[in-house]
Design a protein around this ligand. Structure first.
Ligand code: FAD
Ligand code: SF4
Length: 481
């Protein structure tokens, strides 16, 4: 029974599920920060939706979720139907409910913004966690097998979304990944305090239940060639992600105690997850580092994106004495989610805005002792509205540090074995898809498709999901023709 009444949004404030107390987080609790709504809370929060008639939330959501409709089903406690509706548009809804920067997407465009947006992401997580725990699974009973098979290269969100939609189209998806577990950056990049790794294990069970097959620890281009894939399968989807670090070119970036962000996060995730407390190499992972002991250390993280936020918050949980994030623009221009910045601040991270790193300074044993930064001011906006950070002469200072983590972002790198098949890439490594005479997400090779970070450059889970989903629709069209 719905408990909604008029102006519920005024009577009940927007609330998020309870969070792990800050004292636990700062003493090394790696559990998911936000808990789960119970039935009553979910119904009340869903009931705050005005059903305004202009669902900007759905429009701003990259997969265009039917948000007002599933909020209504939650109020009526029709959770399995709500879960089915969530899955209609989003093959990984419980993941997106956890990791989307909702303040920039669905919730940021909620009509109720002035009164506190509906907590859309937390309700999405509630719906899918509840339904899956009750045994609900995607219904494929009406699907007619086509006898076709597609190789999906990469078990990240783009590849998993593509595999899910292929299964719905009666096409067998065989997912190859160089790592021993599925998830891509969901497993090996995003820390467990944002996304519990059991969520990925459960999703694997769901996909396997739908007939999706996984071939893990297999690197395409090394263990199996793309020619082999094209011979064995009717088409191939490339969801290989973006793993080339943006190199700041800083003097001193090779000193002891200077770490690139992703290997730091990956190694730490594996230790926290108990996958490999000894830090043995991951098959296929070239960029492994020995994780230094951060206990009692001064850590400086360079960069203000989501990766930077994950690094500062991981360093806090690893016992660092002081964690500073230096970013060259101001807070309003930070690319990281405002919610994550607030959580980091609460955990004791110090933010220094308008500071551009110039060099990393060396001690007597070639170890990093700090970062020389210069203060910046923002120039007038250019034609794209972007404001350059202009250094202020004479404002240099040293940020003392024992450990420096570089988090300047990533871009894709198109593998050579693809160019032999005519697949084009931009100068910055993004695979070229679509355009005249091609299906959406089809490359210059008619049976090779691509999507996610490999095509867009480093972006979001939900945009990778959207592209994997839509690429599967194109593949199904090709195979039906
Ligand atoms: P990936 O997730 O990178 O998956 C690509 C997969 O392809 C990998 O598993 C890789 O092993 C495999 N692969 C590559 N080459 C081969 C090959 N030759 N053979 C076999 N397998 C191969 N986004 C959010 O929305 N919210 C967040 O909070 C967030 N936090 C982030 C934190 C960090 C630290 C990072 C790095 C990114 C974060 N992102 C976040 C971005 C998000 O994780 C990515 O945009 C998303 O994972 C891209 O999905 P994908 O499937 O395109 O690529
Ligand atoms: Fe919001 Fe992301 Fe869910 Fe879309 S998928 S409704 S943007 S949390």
């Amino acid at each position: 029974m719905s408990r909604k009444h008029a102006f519920q949004f005024l009577d009940l404030p927007r609330t998020m599920p309870q969070r792990i107390p800050v004292e636990l987080r700062t003493s090394g609790d790696w559990g998911e920060l936000y808990g789960k709504f119970g039935k009553e809370d979910a119904q009340y929060q869903a009931g705050r939706c005005l059903d305004c008639g202009n669902p900007y939330c759905s429009w701003k959501c990259p997969v265009h979720n039917a948000i007002p409709q599933w909020l209504q089903l939650v109020q009526e406690n029709r959770i399995e139907e709500a879960a089915a509706l969530c899955h209609n548009t989003n093959p990984l809804p419980e993941v997106c409910g956890r990791v989307c920067p909702q303040d920039r997407l669905c919730e940021g465009s909620c009509t109720l913004e002035e009164f506190g947006a509906v907590t859309i992401g937390a309700v999405e997580k509630y719906i899918v966690d509840t339904a899956l725990a009750k045994g609900w699974r995607p219904d494929l009973s009406a699907v007619e097998p086509t006898g076709r098979t597609v190789a999906v290269v990469g078990a990240g969100p783009a590849g998993l979304a593509c595999a899910d939609r292929l299964a719905h189209a009666g096409i067998t998806a065989v997912v190859y990944d160089r790592y021993e577990q599925i998830g891509g950056l969901l497993q090996f990049g995003i820390p467990s305090f944002k996304l519990d790794k059991d969520v990925i294990r459960r999703r694997r069970d769901v996909l396997e239940g739908m007939g999706v097959q996984f071939r893990l620890g297999v690197e395409i281009g090394r263990d199996v060639s793309v020619d082999d894939l094209l011979q064995r399968h009717d088409a191939v989807f490339l969801g290989t992600g973006a793993y080339r670090y943006t190199d700041g070119g800083l003097d001193g970036q090779d000193l002891k105690g200077v770490l690139p962000a992703l290997p730091f996060l990956v190694q730490n995730s594996r230790i926290v997850g108990g996958d490999d407390p000894q830090g043995r190499p991951i098959a296929g992972w070239e960029d492994q580092i020995a994780l230094p002991d951060l206990n009692g250390k001064r850590v400086v993280v360079l960069g203000g994106g989501d990766t930077g936020m994950d690094c500062v918050r991981s360093a806090i949980r690893l016992g660092a004495a002081r964690v500073t994030c230096a970013y060259r623009r101001d807070e309003a221009n930070m690319p990281g989610s405002a919610r994550e910045v607030a959580n980091a601040r609460e955990e004791g991270v110090r933010f220094l805005f308008n500071r551009q790193p110039l060099s990393i300074e060396a001690g007597a044993d070639d170890e990093a002792i700090g970062v020389t930064v210069v203060e910046t001011r923002l120039a007038d906006p250019d034609a794209n509205g972007r404001q350059a950070a202009v250094p202020i002469e004479g404002s240099e200072s040293l940020l003392e540090a024992d450990v420096v983590i570089i988090a300047f972002g990533f871009s894709p790198s198109a593998p050579e074995w693809l160019s032999a098949h005519g697949v084009e890439a931009t100068n910055n490594g993004r695979l070229q898809v679509g355009g005249q005479g091609r299906l959406p997400f089809q490359t210059a090779h008619p049976r090779l498709f691509a999507g996610g970070d490999a095509v867009r450059g480093a972006d979001l889970v939900v945009t990778a999901v959207a592209e994997g989903r839509d690429a599967a629709a194109s593949i199904a069209r090709l195979l039906a023709s």
